[in-house]
Design a protein around this ligand. Structure first.
Ligand code: AGP
Length: 605
């Protein structure tokens, strides 16, 4: 989704901001732009629809020497994908970028138009810029931003650059924002994603909502913070920057998604190491002290489907009841939150607005909050009382793969921490061995990828796809269908295998494919469900254990060995679904790592 980068310092600002924007590319966007303070002390803006390379191409035609600039990647919400709607927006001596949505933009715009102001774009963002400008007659820029901020509704981050003095202001409400400084390079930077600041900052600051960040060349500290009344504020967290940027990129892989699929066995193994022998011990101990009578699980997309597996662990192993709800629905359902409830949020980015909204609701109602999250220091991480890191490393592919696996496995570790087995070294060894067995089996699937590739080639051009599974395989049927939709742009749906006959079976004909996940549990019943599809000429891709009747009924068959995997089996099957989607998308020739219309981190509700 939209990305922000800003820089102020002695080195060439535009290069640094452009590099930051490139690192945010994986989040998804449809236009990009930069405003910089040029050698004549004037703000100059270059913005273009399409890829960042279009912007970089345009920038080659101008002298970009600069010591202050702001940049943006836009994922259109208000107004079409046009150069004019792209950010930064400028008015007078100000330029601004914005992430998020201003909910009362229409009313404010009408008022400003009545007062004689003219708008160039269709965006809600420009409303904030002109609102600030309109207040400058009586107020300083700092005061005007603070006043305007109090007048807008919705979740947003705003960044301003001022032509009159080398300074940048930033402020946010429930939207990601991080600032940083580099002591030796005397530069200050900011972004919506700490990933953009790696190398550019050695100390980073996470301001709380409503804290105004002021980056100024004339300030010895380079950054200062103010509260909503304009007084100095210490309402931010500061830490040294320890993330690493690995520009080795895709290595020998054609896409990040494929690389990330192949990283899974290694990550599975190191997760146990972290939680049983490493720094994670402390986190698991904290989790073991929770006394939940009931869990509320809330997440979005792939994280939600991983949450369904986590629910199966908590209910099946721990017998703790779970209520689960999509992040976007949670608080609007007026959830019943009681004493003894614990809320669990699952997220790769830790910045998903819908998940954060659910977390905010639980916090407000006094329910303890726990996260399974990938990005340490993200808004979710900072907002929760307890965090279990899923340790997936940086996930660049917009279609989430390794994060799903790590979320489910970390959920299994949470269930372990809450069980009587916690602290029993023999029982823990059994669990660690099970994780290793899973890694071995996934390795084996990765070695047999040619079978999956061949099937993908046979089915990628069919009319539609049903992923089906029962019991613990139902969540991976949902996730399989989501993956295929996202990257191959075909219609796919996930169904509980027993449910097709209650309606969707009307769609089955010789052009419809059923990717049927069959586990050792409920095998015969699931095979009967597949018979119903076969009888109506549907194409069957069977994924399951060695079984004569399953092989016979399948047009294509992928044999799996479930022995000893028990509750980890769905994660194993899911890797097959990931590869199937990947190769189908590859045969279709889509943009696998950056599928159309999608954003890696969805920061608007
Ligand atoms: C996954 O392939 C998707 N791109 C998407 O559904 C994602 O899982 C969802 O937006 C939640 O993201 P999060 O894990 O960063 O919260």
């Amino acid at each position: 989704m939209c990305g922000i980068v800003g820089h102020l310092g002695p080195s060439n600002s535009v290069d640094i901001v452009l590099e930051g924007l490139r690192r945010l590319e994986y989040r998804g966007y449809d236009s990009a732009g930069i405003t910089f303070l040029n050698n004549d002390g004037q703000l100059e803006t270059v913005k273009k629809t399409g890829k960042i390379e279009n912007l970089a191409g345009e920038l080659k035609n101008v002298n970009t020497e600069s010591m202050a600039s702001i940049g943006h990647t836009r994922w259109a919400t208000h107004g079409g994908v046009t150069d004019l709607n792209s950010h930064p927006h400028s008015y007078g001596h100000l330029s601004m970028v914005h992430n998020g949505i201003i909910e009362n933009a229409d009313d404010l715009r009408d008022e400003l138009i009545k007062n004689g102001f003219e708008f160039k774009s269709e965006t809600d963002s420009e409303v904030f810029l002109i609102l600030v400008y309109s207040l400058l007659e009586k107020l300083s820029l700092k005061e005007a931003i603070l006043k305007a901020f109090k007048m807008v509704d919705g979740n947003s981050a705003f960044v301003f650059i001022n032509e009159k003095s080398r300074e940048i202001f930033a402020i946010k409400r429930a939207a990601p924002l991080v600032c940083g400084t580099h002591a030796t390079n005397s530069q200050a930077v900011l972004s919506s994603d700490p990933y953009a600041l790696i190398g550019a900052a050695d100390r980073i600051y996470f301001p709380e909502d409503g804290v105004l960040c002021h980056l100024s060349a004339s300030n010895k500290e380079l950054i200062s913070f103010y509260d909503l009344d304009g007084n100095p504020s210490s309402d931010y967290k500061s830490q040294s920057q320890e993330m690493e940027y690995d520009p080795s990129d895709k290595g020998d892989y054609e896409h990040y998604m494929l690389k990330e699929i192949y990283e899974q066995p290694g990550l599975m193994r190191s997760l146990c190491q972290f939680y049983f022998d490493g720094d994670g011990k402390k986190l698991l101990k904290e989790a073991s002290e929770l006394k939940p009578e009931r869990f509320h699980i809330s997440a979005c997309g792939t994280a939600f489907y991983a949450g369904l597996l986590v629910r199966d662990y908590l209910e099946g192993i721990n017998r703790i009841p779970c209520v689960y709800e999509l992040g976007s629905e949670f608080r609007y359902r007026n959830p019943i939150l009681k004493k003894g409830d614990v809320s669990l949020f699952i997220s790769q980015s830790g910045e998903t607005a819908d998940t954060l909204a659910s977390q905010g609701e639980c916090k407000e109602k006094g329910v303890p909050t726990v996260s399974l999250v990938n990005v340490e220091g993200s808004s979710l991480f900072r907002g929760c009382d307890y965090n279990l890191l899923i340790r997936a490393g940086v996930e660049i592919g917009v279609a989430s793969t390794k994060a799903f696996t790590q979320m489910a496995l970390t959920g299994r570790l949470l269930s372990h921490a809450l069980s009587p087995d916690y602290g029993d070294t023999d029982k823990e060894k059994i669990l660690v061995d099970k994780f290793s067995l899973l890694a071995e089996r996934v390795d084996d699937v990765l070695h047999r990828v040619d079978v999956i590739k061949k099937i993908a080639e046979e089915i990628y051009n069919k009319k539609g796809y049903f992923f089906t599974g029962r019991g613990q395989y139902y969540p991976v049927a949902l996730e399989g269908a989501l993956k295929l939709k996202e990257i191959a742009y075909v219609h796919a749906e996930g169904y509980a295998a027993g449910e097709l006959k209650h309606g969707p079976i009307a769609l089955i004909d010789e052009e419809m494919v059923n990717i049927a996940v069959v586990g050792p549990e409920l095998k015969d019943k699931t095979i009967s469900n597949i018979q119903e599809i076969k009888a109506r000429k549907g194409i069957i891709v069977g994924i399951g254990p060695k079984d004569r009747s399953l092989e016979k009924i399948s047009d294509f068959f992928i044999e799996l060995n479930f022995d000893g995997l028990d509750e980890l089996s769905p994660i194993y099957v899911n890797v097959v679904n990931q590869l199937l989607s990947y190769y189908m998308a590859k045969f279709k020739g889509t943009d696998i790592d950056k599928p159309r219309n999608l954003a890696k981190s969805v920061t608007v509700e």
